[in-house]
Design a protein around this ligand. Structure first.
Ligand SMILES: [Mg+2]
Length: 354
């Protein structure tokens, strides 16, 4: 098998504003694993602020230790190949994710199956929420109306900056969009445990309850997560607190959350993600699958996963919706909040557009 990496840059149709920056492009790393006849594709997004993975680091890991680990292995040894990918380096979840997905994609294509069919799915449509760009209350209200007009019915609002302002912004979005669309909040570790309970209870008391609140306090503060979870009726979702199995076991033991957000770029690909989803289900924990700022390759793999391993709430897979031009041809297609999975083999990706 031959591994090739491709650095790509894809423009967004609407700038995406976070608390840290305004993005107009997605810069990402694609990997292609070829058996000489078929190519499997995967993606390693750049995630400085969560996993610390960079494009340069992921590229070095794929071209170095992962390529060495797969040396001499044939494309039909999928289980062994996946095991070697996970053992090739410490960390580097984006690189492992990219190669894990590419190996699954290649295996599916060699059998003439879609990736989601290969994973055992019987459906080819998956729902997603959409995240509103960060802004003041007016800008958020306008963005909320625009996204509802785009066909989305679950909106995610980034909070966690200042508690009083967060309450006001959420109420303004709710007033703007009316009672029907669901709202969920992501504090990205930004609150203290007391802030979190104050804000969530204020919204509950104001009749502005949200579907769920993601990562209210610091990732490592599982006692704080549990303290919040015990004191509000709104479900709490662990994101940055859970990368892999060890983290999920700790969250379950602490009672630190009601749900977990599984992301391929945090856990290292489809194989570890399946384990996380099965573990969550066995322990009665809810789950969604999310993504980083990534393209149709990475989001397509996550969508294939949830079509085969259903989650308990709408997934967070809007990243590729923001792209004006995909870096690849073929693959998933958005229709409002619905992601249509391809009918072509594997991820349905047929090549680079650039
Ligand atoms: Mg999050």
């Amino acid at each position: 098998m031959k591994l090739t990496t491709h650095l790509v840059s894809a423009p967004l149709h609407t700038p995406f504003v976070t608390a840290l920056r305004t993005a107009t492009h997605v810069e990402s790393l694609l990997v292609e694993v070829s058996d000489g006849e078929h190519s499997g594709w995967g993606e390693a997004p750049q995630v400085w602020k969560v996993t610390g993975d960079s494009l340069a680091g992921s590229q070095a890991c794929i071209e170095g230790p992962i390529t060495t680990a797969l040396d001499g292995l044939g494309p039909d040894d999928l289980t062994e190949a996946l095991r070697r990918v996970q053992g090739a380096a410490v960390g580097n979840f984006g690189a492992k994710d990219a190669v894990d997905v590419a190996l699954h994609d290649l295996a599916a294509r060699r059998r003439g199956l879609t990736l989601h069919g290969f994973l055992g799915s019987t459906t080819d449509v998956v729902r997603t929420d959409v995240t509103l760009s960060v802004g003041d209350a007016d800008a958020l209200a306008d963005a909320g109306k625009a996204r509802v007009a785009d066909g989305f019915d679950v909106l995610k609002i980034k909070v966690g900056t200042d508690a009083a302002g967060d309450i006001e912004r959420v109420r303004r979005v709710r007033d703007a969009i009316g009672p029907a669309p669901r709202l969920r909040l992501d504090a990205n570790q930004g609150w203290t445990r007391r802030d979190a309970v104050t804000v969530i209870r204020a919204l509950e008391d104001a009749g502005c309850a949200t579907e769920l609140v993601e990562q209210p306090v610091a990732a490592a503060d599982l006692d704080g997560m549990a303290w919040v979870t015990d004191r509000v009726s709104t479900p709490i979702l662990a994101d940055e607190s859970v990368y892999g199995v060890r983290d999920l076991v700790a969250v379950i033991r602490h009672g630190a959350a009601d749900l977990v957000n599984v992301k391929l770029a945090k856990c290292g690909g489809l194989a570890p993600a399946r384990t996380l989803l099965e573990l969550a289900r066995e322990h009665g924990l809810g789950a969604i699958v999310g993504c980083m700022m990534e393209s149709h390759v990475g989001v397509g793999a996550a969508a294939a996963l949830v079509s085969a391993y259903p989650t308990t709430a709408v997934n967070d897979l809007d990243a590729a919706w923001w792209l004006r031009e995909a870096p690849v041809t073929g693959g998933i297609r958005y229709d409002g909040s619905l992601i249509h999975l391809p009918s072509a083999p594997g991820l349905g990706v047929t090549g680079l557009t650039v």
